[in-house]
Write a protein that binds this ligand. Sequence first.
Ligand SMILES: Nc1nc2c(ncn2[C@@H]2O[C@H](COP(=O)(O)OP(=O)(O)O)[C@@H](O)[C@H]2O)c(=O)[nH]1
Ligand SMILES: [Mg+2]
Length: 318
Amino acid sequence: MKAHSLYLHLTKHVISFTLVGISSDPATVLNLLMQNDLNHRKRNNDYDYALLRIERSLITVTVSKSPLSFVPQVMTPIHRPTTTVVVPAMNEARNLPHVLPLIPAWVDEVILVDGNSKDNTVDVARALLPHIRIVKQSGRGKGNALREGFAAATGDIIVMIDADGSTDPGEIGNFVRHLRSGADFVKGSRFLQGAGSSDISRIRNGGNACITMAVRILFGGRYSDLCYGYNAFWRSVLPKLDLDCNGFEIETLMGIRALKARLKIVEIHSFEHERIHGTSNLHAVRDGWRIFRLILRERFMKRIAPIQDADASSAPTS
Ligand SMILES: Nc1nc2c(ncn2[C@@H]2O[C@H](COP(=O)(O)OP(=O)(O)O)[C@@H](O)[C@H]2O)c(=O)[nH]1
Ligand SMILES: [Mg+2]
């Protein structure tokens, strides 16, 4: 098969476009399709052709030499990457109506990790999303909750959002798009152009700036935000992250481990809204100190055991 541009015609949606590149491997064709963002450019008949039939998540790619002598050469079903959204929640019953219904309908799986809530978080979640999966966390802390949610996830892509209304589910598509365009790990940032926060306090802003600077000096990379709970990654990179902490330091740990594993990392702009009801479980000084210990451990004391359960933060405060 010649290496030319590829003319594709979506039979169902009647969209034509040209891709730069050709492959008889459906996975590669699909990758090209996503990377080139459906640019439309009609080409002459010399090029190789492909037909894509899109039916729900099943995409069938058929490649032939020309549209006139159409001979199917590849007829392999490929599954669109599936997405799991993981939501750690502790006493968030009043906030969930502002979050769960906003998760896009194309998300394949939603997992709420309940931190032994004293309110009716679980009942509200089930009423809002009947197909939601509830995981009762066995330990304590947001890090523990996320790790247990990640372990239960079945999607190819995992997106983590908060249950308090701070992270906008409308941004999930942007995270997934960047992963499907080639990133391994996508970090939300409140400090890029177009981003922001109406939730971050001055002390947390200062602490986050110090933490971000420390990580840049000690580990390299160009992160602009390290203590933000809106991130997404391919489930297949979880073993490389090897997450082993239980508290709010989990987000910093993910950022550092992603750098250490030399993952393809993209930071994208995100807006953090104010928590709608209730108060944060994070204590700036206690959790800030945990994060600094984590950074030092990751840089200088590899063999020292991780911070254990007994230290786990985010005991219920409200
Ligand atoms: N399951 C579980 N969720 C938690 C825990 N601590 C915090 N969360 C959730 O993590 C998200 C962020 O927590 P929050 O207290 O708002 O911290 P902040 O956003 O850093 O101020 C919220 O959805 C919380 O309900 C915990 O120990 N267990
Ligand atoms: Mg919050």
